[in-house]
Design a protein. Structure first.
Lengths: 214, 216
């Protein structure tokens, strides 16, 4: 699998700094699960945190802190070499955790034109949802307000400029106007997150548009 | 039991030294504004954590605790936690270090970096109610016998980054600190750090490629 569209430095640093809204955090963690390049870039930003911790003004711990820690770990079994939950389906572990399983566990709601979505429970400062777009169908709701991240999990979509396959992430801001279309061949499933409020109203008129094919 | 922790207090360096651990270049008070990295006392932190990992070595854990717990507490207080919460969370972070030692890969991260990620996660969990997604663990985990030269490189990254941080213009450095201490929102964070992260990234990428190659 070759991933061509990656996370931005800004998103990776914001993840490393622990400052992403929950929905973006989920998209970043899911992409990194599929992408060694971004895993390495993220680790480099984590290392900045490591350097800061090393330089920071220390704050003395309470007198009995070490004894407390030692007696605590006494009763604390160490995890052994993990057999991490390796999902067999199309969802990497962080996403499978949110959904509570793979594709069959998703509670889709039809939003017209064969398109389905499932809104994931996240904090309010940004929202995340899964989108299911039949092959050959235009991706709905493509006005962007704020930042929108779209990660392909199955199938592919394309706009005028680029093609996005599994693992690819599109980062759209307010300036981007485009009409992404799910490519023929396989229905497209994406994880999308935005820090703008979801606009349900715009969905239906857009779906009434003729279907595009590539 | 709480000490007055509302102001930074320098602790003694690293407590009683373990046999065989040599401390060099102890820091003098008031030195930290100079453009050299802070106290490199030459302690092999990765070696200590591996002793925790492989032998449940409590003396090694104690040494890690003395060095890192006050730093984690300092980090959490800089991030806005009160002294009592910061102390409690620092305890949790160190317990996590014990529990999850098997996930530590010395070829990919220094102990400082690894401790930082645990502390950051703890901060998110303590200060926010949100869930926090993490990337999937690599299914093959760290190599049991990693290449020593690679481990050394990874451990030295933190030191080199510390030196690079110290040489940044004060304004730029302050922005990075504000980002990592949680004072900037994600849209306020600018990733132009001025730090040499490309070489660190490339080294980690090579380590990942090697692991994948090994295991498949």
């Amino acid at each position: 699998m070759t991933i061509r569209h990656h996370l931005s430095d800004q998103l990776l640093m914001a993840y490393a700094a622990g400052q992403l809204p929950e929905a973006f955090n989920l998209v970043v963690a899911t992409h990194v699960s599929l992408c060694d390049e971004c895993r390495s870039r993220m680790a480099a930003f984590d290392a900045v945190g490591g350097a800061l911790i090393e330089e920071i003004d220390e704050m003395t711990m309470g007198e009995a802190a070490l004894e407390a820690a030692l007696s605590r770990i006494d009763g604390l079994p160490q995890a052994t070499r993990a057999e991490p939950l390796k999902p067999a389906g199309i969802f990497p572990a962080p996403l499978a955790d949110y959904i509570g399983g793979d594709l069959s566990a998703v509670r889709w709601r039809r939003i017209g034109g064969g398109v389905k979505q499932a809104i994931l429970p996240t904090g309010r400062d940004a929202s995340a949802r899964l989108l299911y777009i039949p092959a050959g169908t235009a991706v709905p709701d493509h006005g962007h307000r704020g930042m929108e991240l779209t990660l392909v999990l199955q199938g592919a979509f394309a706009d005028d400029n680029a093609r996005f396959n599994r693992g690819d992430i599109e980062i759209a801001d307010e300036e981007l106007e485009h009409t992404p279309v799910a490519l023929a061949g396989q229905d497209c499933i994406c994880l999308a997150a935005t820090d703008a409020p979801l606009r349900f109203r715009s969905v239906l008129p857009r779906l009434a548009q003729p279907l595009f094919r590539i | 039991m709480m000490l007055d922790a509302t102001r930074p207090v320098m602790t003694e360096q690293s407590g009683p030294l373990q046999p065989g651990v040599v401390a060099v270049g102890k820091e003098l008070p008031g030195q930290k504004d100079r453009p050299v990295a802070k106290a490199q006392d030459g302690t092999d932190w990765a070696g200590l954590l591996i002793r925790v990992r492989d032998r449940q070595d409590k003396a090694a854990f104690a040494q890690l605790f003395r060095h890192f717990a006050p730093r984690v507490k300092g980090f959490l207080m800089k991030s806005g936690a009160g002294a009592a919460l910061a102390e409690e969370c620092a305890q949790d972070v160190m317990a996590t270090l014990w529990q999850k030692a098997h996930l530590f890969d010395p070829a990919r991260a220094s102990v400082s970096t690894w401790v930082y990620t645990i502390a950051r996660n703890k901060r998110i969990d303590a200060l926010r109610k949100d869930r926090r997604a993490e990337p999937e663990e690599l299914d093959w985990g760290p190599e049991p016998e990693p290449d020593q030269a690679e481990v050394m490189e990874a451990q030295q990254d933190t030191e080199r980054l510390g030196q690079a941080l110290a040489q940044l213009p004060a304004k730029q450095r302050a922005l990075i600190e504000r980002a990592f201490y949680g004072e900037l929102s994600h849209s306020e964070i600018a990733a132009e750090t001025g730090l040499p992260l490309g070489t660190i990234k490339s080294r980690i990428r090579l380590a990942l490629d090697k692991l994948r190659h090994h295991m498949t």
